[in-house]
Design a protein around this ligand. Structure first.
Ligand SMILES: Cc1cc2nc3c(=O)[nH]c(=O)nc-3n(C[C@H](O)[C@H](O)[C@H](O)COP(=O)(O)OP(=O)(O)OC[C@H]3O[C@@H](n4cnc5c(N)ncnc54)[C@H](O)[C@@H]3O)c2cc1C
Length: 390
């Protein structure tokens, strides 16, 4: 049995309350009308969710990865579906990165407002030729008169239109062999809006309440103070964020899938076909029961991986478990959402029942922020000891 402390119970209950106030109908309307869920994000900030894992000395409540995962799961399960999985994650990106790497100035100007939810931060790493292979980025930051001149193109940069700051990764070392090493990339924190940054949305399959954009960076000048962490060590500064993303996406996927599953159970209990509720047929009941079993098992892995993170375990075993958690949680969630839609029959295809939206949303977690193939690459190489495959 997984132990829940009083504080954790309080976090779960608060998250469930927020999720109930912003339930499936709210997200359906946001998705259909492509409206940013501003009230929901404001409420997360007001309830202190963005500062949950920020130390108390820096304006947060000093909790850890376990509490972030519990909050994320409850926000999604309690009624949010996929919406909070991205909305909460975006609000955390800035804090997760700056807690370990911020200068004193960045702490005051950004970390504290991020923790209070007064400022939101977007993240720009991916480029048309650099998604899975981040080291292939072509955006450059060239040292110039007390700062850096940045030029390049990014894509899929999500929520930049509703953000106050941007964490941007650029190359600060020569191309060629050097670019394949972590010593070549640097991380910058930039105020938004900025006239050297222009973006245009990429129409997409789901999560239409957050716009994902092509971003054009033209002659952007930033002062030295915009550099986060050490020059050329951008990936070291990002490591806590990229690791946390895996577990938060896993927790969000499980919460979303549990919501989809519970609505399928309700529907299967009430919908009568051939004189019995459809849930009495094993062909309907067993896939739902199997989905539940898979989600429970995946949740144990997420909790274990989060606990190791909270213990400061940076071993390959801990990283392998985080990759495993992301992999199994997302596969279990996709399976559950699929069977939830099937159990609804034709109604599952109608927007009114939410299943089709959750089905579109859950697919994203196989692709982003880290693809399932990359989690398997890690397990294949570092756990099974197979040759590196790429
Ligand atoms: C809705 C959405 C929002 C996003 N938001 C952001 C954002 O805010 N900021 C940001 O920086 N990025 C964002 N991204 C980008 C996202 O992180 C990338 O799409 C993701 O990392 C995959 O990169 P890619 O699309 O270039 O795929 P590619 O790198 O082109 O890969 C294509 C396929 O090949 C597989 N593949 C590639 N190499 C290997 C290998 N060695 N072994 C096995 N399989 C391999 C991949 O797993 C994938 O399935 C977003 C993407 C989406 C769809």
């Amino acid at each position: 049995m997984l132990i829940i402390t009083d504080t954790q119970q309080m976090i779960i209950e608060t998250a469930e309350k927020v999720a109930k106030a912003f339930g499936p109908e709210y997200w359906r309307k946001c998705d259909e009308n492509e409206i940013y869920p501003a009230e929901f994000v404001d409420e997360l900030g007001a309830q202190g969710f963005f500062g949950l894992a920020v130390p108390e000395t820096m304006g947060g409540s000093g909790q850890g990865m376990t509490e972030l995962c519990l909050a994320m799961e409850a926000l999604c399960r309690g009624g949010g579906g996929g919406g909070p999985a991205l909305g909460y994650l975006f609000g955390l990106l800035g804090t997760l990165t700056l807690v370990k790497s911020a200068s004193t100035l960045q702490s005051d100007q950004y970390l504290a407002p991020f923790a209070r939810g007064e400022k939101i931060c977007a993240f720009a790493l991916s480029e048309p030729d650099a998604g899975t292979n981040s080291f292939n980025i072509k955006t450059t930051a060239v040292a110039e008169g007390g700062g850096f001149r940045i030029n390049g193109n990014k894509w899929f940069i999500t929520n930049i239109d509703n953000s106050d700051a941007l964490l941007l990764v650029a190359k600060t070392a020569p191309s060629g062999k050097e670019a394949a090493k972590s010593g070549s990339l640097s991380l910058f924190l930039i105020d938004l809006p900025n006239e050297s940054l222009n973006y245009t949305p990429i129409p997409k399959h789901g999560f239409n309440y957050y716009k994902s954009n092509q971003l054009f960076i033209e002659d952007l000048f930033v002062p030295e103070s915009a550099l986060v962490g050490t020059l050329g060590k951008g990936f070291a500064s990002l490591a806590p964020t990229l690791n946390a993303e895996r577990l938060l996406v896993a927790a969000g996927a499980i919460g979303l899938a549990r919501l989809a599953l519970s609505s399928a159970v309700l529907y299967a209990s009430e919908r009568v076909v051939f004189d019995v509720p459809i849930g009495a047929h094993q062909a309907v009941q067993h896939p739902l029961a199997a989905a539940h079993a898979r989600l429970e098992s995946a949740w144990c892995t997420v909790r274990q991986a989060a606990a190791m993170e909270d213990q400061g375990d940076q071993s390959a075993h801990a990283t392998a478990l985080a990759n495993t958690a992301k992999y199994v949680a997302v596969e279990a969630a996709i399976d559950a959402c699929y069977h939830s839609l099937q159990a609804h029959g034709g109604a599952g295809y109608a927007r009114e029942y939410h299943q089709e939206r959750w089905w579109r949303e859950v697919q994203l977690f196989r692709l982003a922020p880290l693809t399932q193939q990359m989690t398997l690459n890690f397990i294949g190489q570092h756990v099974l000891g197979l040759p590196r495959s790429y």
